[in-house]
Design a protein around this ligand. Structure first.
Ligand SMILES: Nc1ncnc2c1ncn2[C@@H]1O[C@H](COP(=O)(O)OP(=O)(O)OP(=O)(O)O)[C@@H](O)[C@H]1O
Length: 606
């Protein structure tokens, strides 16, 4: 007899209607039902490959059954699936548990993140091979928490004794709160959402002891600095500063977050069970412990305050056509504060916000910006300063942790957003978010290919070699999507780089070039009505991208006037964020392709 589970609802279920219990029966097409395992074990199976029917409802049912019993981890072969428990389960990660998993054969004990780390560590130690652990999932799924557990376990296996002073692993773990204060924010789904991708590289010596580490970050969500929506928050550090001791707030002239435009676009200022005043003190202490000097800390929060004041500078229409002026006394106060905090000349700051120089072969012409363009200029400056500050912190953390140039092998832990589809896109409302989503989905295509090659292809080759009768698992080879994106020459990234180097290119000409080049590519679709958007048929589904911000984002655009202003800052910290480079200071915008850099980065980690 066959039993079935319907993909969306149970086929037969009891419900109470007007106080009477009734049994509902759903009639559906046979093609929409899936076979059910009628001999399923009560607690589910700890490895999905043991399921007799491996389909989505069966997999979800198994995960739900285990979750009910607080079993949050399940294997699918050698892949670990974690379901977020949303509550602390301390015994799951204590020293006793670590001891149990140490050296245990994979699969011998219940599925656990420690088992994955243990396999990676042993393979590295015994075979001298470097390994990567990929952690993927949607926002709030538990990637960051899982990364921390992994690191804790690797520190347990390869750490030095506490007697040896401040160890590398301690430094890595202690750097987390600092990174989170500047790179994490509350979103609709997660109160502490990482708004950047992270690859942590842990280096080991030939005795298997941790000898160094490096943190690489990518794609910080820059738009958040200037644009948030209810019930989200901006980056934590802004609220920490607004909750700092009175003398600090007085020094930087900051008050309640609602007084700043970059924070008051949302009504959410506080987080449940988090005290920002305490967090401010904790972050200052964490900065001390990773070697950020008092002077540097002072400069960091000065820059954070400057970004807040900059956001409050408003513009109104100037007397001349297409020009703007500082709106009123209040805006002028914030302009002065920004210049003060960044230690740059107020007049030069005002000019950098509302004027642009155009270089012609004959002369340099100064053009004014209208008030809308001036707001764009202000926000671009805020984003640039903030992202440079974030990069500085990451570099500082890396210097303080220390790298081992003689390391024998590494274990890399990649924390990456899952595939992004715009219906639930974290950045769907911003065109620059589209470009970030393009990079994220490109990464996920790469990861998918990695799974195809290492999980399906290798396993099937093994079965064939051992002459095991095996019905081939169907999987979609996504090499054609990767070619579409990254092929050199001729892929989307290559065409984008070309467009960025050609001065007359616009997003419109770039989109037309894509339509022409890929008109017969079955993975590329031109939407009927749009002139600038394009669809890629990814392995996980079709995604529409708006080409509008692709050129700007790919150029890693820093307005020359902004750079020149900050390079001349009297504060060495601020000037250091914008090192002088003669080839880009000459009233031209800097070009370095984000897409190509990201592609190279993927070569490193995938
Ligand atoms: N193993 C776990 N045990 C207990 N709580 C967890 C665990 N994993 C996740 N959580 C809870 O879920 C919340 C969200 O997890 P986390 O920040 O790791 O998600 P994420 O996938 O990194 O999200 P984002 O992509 O938004 O950064 C955590 O703050 C924590 O409360």
């Amino acid at each position: 007899m066959n039993h079935f589970i319907i993909s969306l609802t149970p086929m037969m279920f009891d419900c109470v209607f007007n106080g009477t219990k009734i049994r509902l029966q759903i009639v559906t097409n046979i093609s929409k039902v899936f076979p059910k395992d009628c001999e399923a074990q009560h607690g589910g199976v700890d490895d999905m490959t043991k399921l007799p029917y491996l389909h989505e409802p069966g997999v979800l049912h198994n995960l739900a059954t285990r979750y009910e019993l607080n079993e949050i981890y399940t294997y699918t072969g050698n892949i670990l699936i974690a379901v977020n428990p949303f509550q602390r389960i301390p015994h799951l990660y204590d020293a006793h548990m670590m001891e149990q998993y140490k050296g245990a054969a994979f699969g011998e004990l219940s599925p656990h993140v420690f088992a994955v780390a243990d396999v990676a560590y042993r393979a590295m130690f015994n075979e001298g091979k470097s390994n990567s652990i990929l952690i993927s999932g949607e926002s709030g799924a538990g990637k960051t928490e899982t990364t921390k557990m992994l690191m804790q376990y690797l520190a347990y296996l390869g750490g030095r004794s506490g007697l040896e002073g401040h160890t590398v692993e301690q430094q890595v773990l202690e750097s987390n709160p600092v990174l989170e204060a500047f790179g994490n924010a509350k979103t609709g789904r997660n109160n502490n959402s990482s708004r950047f991708g992270k690859f942590v590289e842990i280096q080991f010596d030939n005795k298997g002891r941790i000898s160094g580490a490096a943190i690489r970050t990518y794609l910080l969500e820059r738009t958040r600095v200037c644009q948030i929506s209810d019930p989200e928050r901006n980056y934590h550090c802004f609220y920490l500063l607004c909750a700092a001791p009175a003398e600090v707030k007085e020094k930087y002239k900051v008050g309640h977050p609602s007084s700043f435009h970059y924070l008051n676009q949302s009504n959410c200022y506080e987080l449940d069970s988090v005290n920002d005043a305490d967090e401010y003190v904790a972050i200052r202490r964490a900065m001390d412990s990773i070697g950020i000097s008092e002077e540097e800390q002072e400069a960091i929060f000065r820059v954070v305050a400057a970004v807040l004041h900059l956001g409050n500078v408003e513009f109104s229409k100037g007397e001349e056509i297409d020009s703007s002026v500082i709106k009123d006394e209040n805006s002028r106060f914030h302009l002065n504060m920004t210049a003060d905090l960044l230690k740059c000349d107020t007049m030069s700051l005002e000019d950098a916000l509302i004027k642009r120089a155009i270089v012609t072969p004959e002369e340099v012409i100064t053009r004014t910006l209208d008030s809308i363009a001036a707001v764009g200029s202000r926000d671009a400056l805020a984003k640039t300063i903030y992202s440079r500050l974030f990069d500085w912190l990451v570099e500082k953390i890396n210097i303080s942790i220390g790298q081992d140039p003689n390391s024998k092998s590494i274990i890399g832990v990649l924390d990456i957003y899952g595939f992004e589809s715009f219906k639930v896109n974290r950045l769907a409302n911003t065109s620059s978010g589209m470009y970030d989503s393009f990079c994220i989905n490109f990464t996920n295509e790469k990861l998918q290919q990695h799974f195809n090659q290492h999980v399906f292809k290798m396993e099937q080759e093994e079965y064939t070699q051992e002459e095991i009768n095996w019905s081939y698992i169907e999987f979609v080879d996504n090499q054609d999507v990767l070619d579409l994106i990254e092929k050199k020459p001729g892929g989307i990234i290559a065409l984008l780089d070309e467009a960025c180097m050609f001065p007359k290119s616009t997003h419109d000409t770039f989109a037309q070039n894509l339509y022409q080049t890929f008109k017969n590519n079955k993975r590329f679709i031109k939407p009927k009505l749009s002139q600038t958007s394009f669809t890629i048929s990814h392995y996980a589904g079709e995604v529409i991208y708006q080409a509008d911000m692709f050129l700007e984002k790919n150029k890693d655009y820093v307005v020359a006037e902004h750079k020149d202003l900050l390079t001349l800052s009297k504060c060495s910290f601020v000037a250091g964020l914008f090192p002088y480079s003669p080839e880009v200071s000459s009233k031209s915008s800097k070009f370095s392709s984000t897409g190509s850099r990201f592609k190279k980065f993927l070569w490193l980690v995938v």
